[in-house]
Ligand binder design. Structure first.
Ligand code: NAD
Length: 504
């Protein structure tokens, strides 16, 4: 299986003009225009009810070539604008995100299946991403120093050229907005390859950028799956690639794109551990853990998926189960992305049960009235999982929490440290020194203390460790400036009297 995406092999069809779908068949967006495709198409489903809502083109290498040519053509003029001028377009784009807030949220819900409140939160983060990009003229400053008398050294940042961003299904609006505003404000031109499971938001983002006055060719959208991604990794006109998705595909993309001498940053999957100590505040822990494991139906790379209970915390676990039972599919819990995802998640639960784990809350086999064809999995809490079980080590990517038991904090840390991933880890305690002890020793890039989803807000950057990230630096915030630019160092001497030595 390539990542989580198995639909691609079963639903490829020729485009079916006759079938009634809510949205017309999607096009790519190249050089400022819709670019219809006449190749293969893939059905796009609304996970809430299983209906086909559109079809997305599976673009070939020729289409990628075309988009790269458009982005290359747009690059010199765009890069020659001042950073302040480019940021003006992001101000207008940010305004359009706000103006179209409800419509963008509704579109996310429709193609991804998350609840409308979760979709609204997603658009709010996109707005924050755009805000950060508008601050780049203030923070992306060069440096200058007189390095010897009469000789000055100056460093400035230059854009890389044509860059590409490959994104996953779980945040159709936010993850593209992790990369586009920063990359283009810093002077690059871009190709976005969104997840073929949620392609509608990508086209809407491109439309909003056009409406904000972005020159044609600066942002291009090329739809597709594996073949399209391979073409991006191989295209010599692309200077840098970011990828967000599963670890399996992150490794493939990192290897292929860096093998072709591109700058590459790939964010992968996760298995986030929450370490709960006996002195943790019961109510706060129960509500935070329940929200973390079920938010976006557990399809967040920051979701709690493994909890390590240190000592006797049975009453916290009981409260947690009470909280979890308040989360009801079709009401305050959305659908998972596909039928295949639903089956995969349920099979993890069944396997854990057959290996001897105890199901405290069982979300298998749920249906929602009036949405019987939707892909729902109820929240599930599984206790007495052992560290060697599949459910303890693999990313489930559903609303499922595996609880493991440990006698000491060090034993809990050992379980966390053994995970190949390293996106997030959290500790729940009222002791500052124990919190620091865990925070310092957890092997993850984003740490929470009494927080179930420790996402750093801007200008702090987003990125994990270990097999949750391949490449240097992080994808958002100040760290992204480093990724999207290259440094030029200029040494200048105007004074003919200035002393000459080997350094000057
Ligand atoms: P995925 O890896 O299946 O797909 C991601 C992208 O890669 C998509 O655009 C897809 O078209 C493409 N792709 C899929 N298979 C490919 C292949 N064999 N070769 C080349 N390209 C391929 O991921 P997904 O299912 O869309 O998203 C869920 C995953 O993303 C989870 O593992 C989640 O943890 C991860 N994720 C990570 C972060 C993070 O910041 N670390 C953020 C969001 C999601």
């Amino acid at each position: 299986m390539d990542g989580f995406n198995t639909q691609i092999s079963v639903n490829i069809t020729r485009n079916r003009e006759n079938k009634s779908m809510k949205y017309s068949i999607l096009t790519n967006f190249i050089k400022g225009e819709s670019s219809p495709s006449n190749g293969k198409f893939l059905d796009v489903f609304n996970p809430l009810n299983g209906e086909v809502i559109t079809q997305v083109p599976l673009s070939s290498a020729d289409v990628v070539d075309d988009a790269v040519a458009g982005a290359k053509q747009a690059f010199p003029n765009w890069a020659n604008l001042s950073l302040k001028d480019r940021a003006q377009i992001i101000f207008r784009y940010r305004h359009l995100l706000e103006k179209n807030f409800e419509e963008l949220a509704a579109l996310i819900t429709e193609e991804n299946g998350k609840t409308i409140d979760e979709a609204r939160a997603e658009v709010s983060v996109s707005i924050e991403m755009a805000e950060f990009a508008t601050s780049l003229p203030q923070i992306c400053l060069g440096e200058v120093e007189m390095v010897s008398r009469g000789v000055e050294c100056r460093s400035e940042r230059y854009p890389l050229g044509v860059v590409a961003s490959i994104t996953p299904f779980n945040f159709p609006n936010m993850v593209p907005n992790w990369t586009i505003p920063n990359a283009i404000t810093l002077g690059n031109t871009m190709i976005l390859k969104a997840s073929e499971q949620v392609p509608l938001s990508a086209n809407r983002i491109a439309e909003l950028f056009s409406d904000a006055g972005l020159p044609e060719g600066v942002l291009n959208v090329v739809h597709g799956g594996r073949e399209t991604v391979e073409a991006i990794c191989e295209n010599p006109g692309i200077d840098a690639v970011t990828f967000v998705g599963s670890t399996k595909v992150a490794k493939i993309v990192y290897k292929k794109a860096s093998g072709n001498f591109k700058r590459v940053l790939c964010l992968g999957g996760a298995k986030n551990h929450l370490i709960v100590l006996p002195d943790a505040n019961e109510e706060m822990t129960a509500t935070n853990v329940a929200a973390s494991m079920t938010g976006c139906a557990g399809q967040r790379c920051m979701a709690a998926s493994a909890m390590v209970a240190v000592g006797n915390i049975d009453s916290i676990i009981t409260s947690l189960c009470e909280e979890v039972k308040k989360i009801v599919p079709g009401e305050n819990l959305g659908a998972v992305i596909s039928k295949q995802a639903q089956e995969r998640i349920e099979s993890y639960i069944t396997e854990a049960e057959s290996e001897g784990a105890k199901i405290l809350v069982d979300g298998r086999g749920v249906t929602v009235n009036g949405k019987e064809n939707g892909y729902y999995v109820g929240p599930t809490v599984i206790d007495f999982v052992t560290p060697d079980m599949k459910i303890a080590t693999e990313e489930v990517f559903g609303p499922v929490l595996a609880i493991m038991r440990a006698d000491t904090v060090d034993e809990a840390l050992k379980i966390e440290n053994n995970s190949p991933y390293g996106n997030a880890a959290s500790v729940f305690t009222q002791s500052g020194s124990l919190a620091n002890y865990v925070a310092e020793r957890a092997s993850a890039g984003m740490i929470g203390v009494n927080i179930g989803v420790p996402v750093p807000r801007e200008p702090f950057s987003f990125g994990g460790w270990n097999e949750s990230k391949f490449g240097t630096g992080d994808i958002t915030g100040k760290s992204s400036i480093e990724f999207w630019t290259k440094l030029k160092k200029t040494t200048t001497k105007w004074n003919p009297e200035a002393r000459t030595n080997w350094m000057s």
